[in-house]
Design a protein around this ligand. Structure first.
Ligand SMILES: Nc1nc2c(ncn2[C@@H]2O[C@H](COP(=O)(O)OP(=O)(O)OP(=O)(O)O)[C@@H](O)[C@H]2O)c(=O)[nH]1
Ligand SMILES: [Mg+2]
Length: 439
């Protein structure tokens, strides 16, 4: 493989910056800019890095041989002083001495191509870099350890054994009983399916851990939705006025609740309107509601509200709470609640109940924290598992083994998409393109 190089650390001022070099000429390339003789592998050496005779920086340098590097190739790293110009200067010297600029994610892609990590681990590298909360980072670290790949490979091994048994039956029809083979297939598939189901079911939590819990504040105009957003954020994020229909666009704030990322959305109050802008706002409210995981349904305690503005269908699969706001005012007649969510009395004016709403969101965040168990967090893995499940379920009927082999082969192939064993080049490129340069 040709030799690639990039700055692996974030740009800007910092303690150190790292320039990474990988490929067949990595060591030679390093030796041209860093002239230490007889460097041992995996040992740091201190000295000057030069462009010709010009000293660029005093650095720490290390070499890895192909067997012991991240990419699985000959690798070298230069740690220079963190500062954009110095790192850039050194990179340019490296590029003049036999390396070319790496593409996005090319180091990780090479690690995958060289079998150092499977595709699910490579994706976890991306996830851990993107992680903004403790839980997201821990869930990614678990995937980085390779445990998902191991589990998927164990399913594939079982399927491969079944396929081998089917082939043996075709080669030796007199010695191997077809019915027995089919029964073995059914019993093995029955053992695998609950484990696959568990991974599939965990995805909604995994997705929330990685991407964040979507919490939508919804209600009639003037109920106090924006005031609630402001109280939860602890800042005057949204405009609050006594005019019904103040909020038109959906507002989005990101908060951290119990180590989980929470997307908090304030929406336009839902009502019939002749105003084109307000109608567009209400449409957005409804879309935001449909796409959310948790709903804060705000109502003005001092006003009548029969909740006819909310469509039950939109919230059936969600968790939520009724926020009876303006508890500092005189209460209107008791309102019958349309579904069995809890009710919290709140006054954004006095602060009553805000803590309870926060605690409700935090409890929902904790319930979706998937960082303590092996959980899939990627739509790509979810889709592959759902397909594999479908193929395996087709094998539960007692049929001749050669017919079962069609679905078993398909299940083996789609499972291989998770580890990258059977994935197309396009998908691989697509995954690594999203990485940053230097990773
Ligand atoms: N007394 C009292 N007034 C409140 C409370 N919360 C909000 N208000 C007032 O209610 C009015 C509407 O508040 P907003 O937060 O703008 O309500 P909204 O639901 O976002 O309204 P739209 O954006 O128009 O849909 C403002 O005049 C607020 O000051 C409360 O707890 N008590
Ligand atoms: Mg508002």
């Amino acid at each position: 493989m040709d030799t690639i190089a990039a700055i692996a650390t974030a740009s800007g001022k910092g303690g150190v910056a790292i320039i990474r070099i990988s490929g067949d000429g990595a060591h030679q390339c390093l030796s041209r800019v860093f002239r230490k003789q007889n460097m041992e592998m995996r040992k740091m050496y201190y000295g000057g890095v030069y462009d010709g005779e010009v000293l660029l920086d005093k650095c720490l340098c290390v070499k890895f041989d192909a067997g012991a590097s991240f990419t699985g190739e000959e690798t070298a790293e230069i740690q220079c002083h963190g500062g954009y110009a110095s790192a850039r200067d050194i990179l340019e010297a490296v590029l003049k001495n036999g390396a070319r600029m790496a593409e996005s994610g090319e180091f990780s892609k090479r690690a995958f191509m060289n079998g150092k990590i499977d595709l699910s681990q490579a994706e976890a590298v991306g996830d851990i870099i993107e992680a903004e909360t403790k839980s997201a980072s821990r869930a990614a670290a678990r995937l980085l350890s390779g445990s998902l790949g191991e589990m998927i490979s164990s399913f594939q091994d079982v399927i491969k054994e079944l396929l081998t048994a089917i082939e043996a039956g075709i080669d030796y029809p007199d010695e191997i009983d077809e019915q027995e083979t089919s029964e073995t297939i059914i019993s093995q598939v029955q053992q695998m399916l609950p484990q696959i189901d568990k991974l599939i079911e965990g995805y909604s939590r995994g997705r929330i851990t990685k991407e964040g819990l979507k919490v939508c504040i919804i209600g009639k105009p003037n109920a106090g939705k924006s005031s609630l957003l402001n109280a939860l954020c602890g800042s005057d994020r949204a405009i609050v006025t006594s005019i019904a229909g103040t909020t038109r666009d959906t507002l989005h704030e990101i908060l951290d609740f119990s180590g989980i990322k929470v997307h908090l959305f304030d929406t336009a109050g839902i009502r019939e309107s002749d105003d084109v802008i307000e109608r567009a706002g209400v449409e957005r409210s409804q879309l935001t509601l449909k796409d959310s995981d948790v709903v804060l349904c705000v109502t003005d305690s001092s006003e009548e509200d029969d909740f006819s503005w909310i469509d039950k269908e939109d919230v059936l699969d969600k968790q939520g709470v009724f926020v009876f706001n303006k508890s500092d005012l005189n209460l209107a007649a008791e309102k019958p609640l349309p579904f069995s969510w809890e009710r919290i009395n709140v006054s954004t004016k006095t602060g009553e109940g805000i803590e309870a709403v926060s605690e409700f969101i935090a409890s929902q965040a904790r319930a979706n924290d998937a960082s303590d168990a092996l959980t899939i967090t990627s739509q790509r893995h979810f889709d592959a598992l759902v397909k594999a499940k479908g193929h395996l379920e087709n094998c539960l009927e007692l049929m001749p083994p050669d017919i079962l082999s069609i679905d078993l082969t398909s299940a083996w192939t789609v499972l291989g998409e998770i580890t990258g064993q059977t994935v197309t080049e396009d998908i691989v490129n697509n995954i690594f393109e999203k990485f940053c340069v230097g990773k």
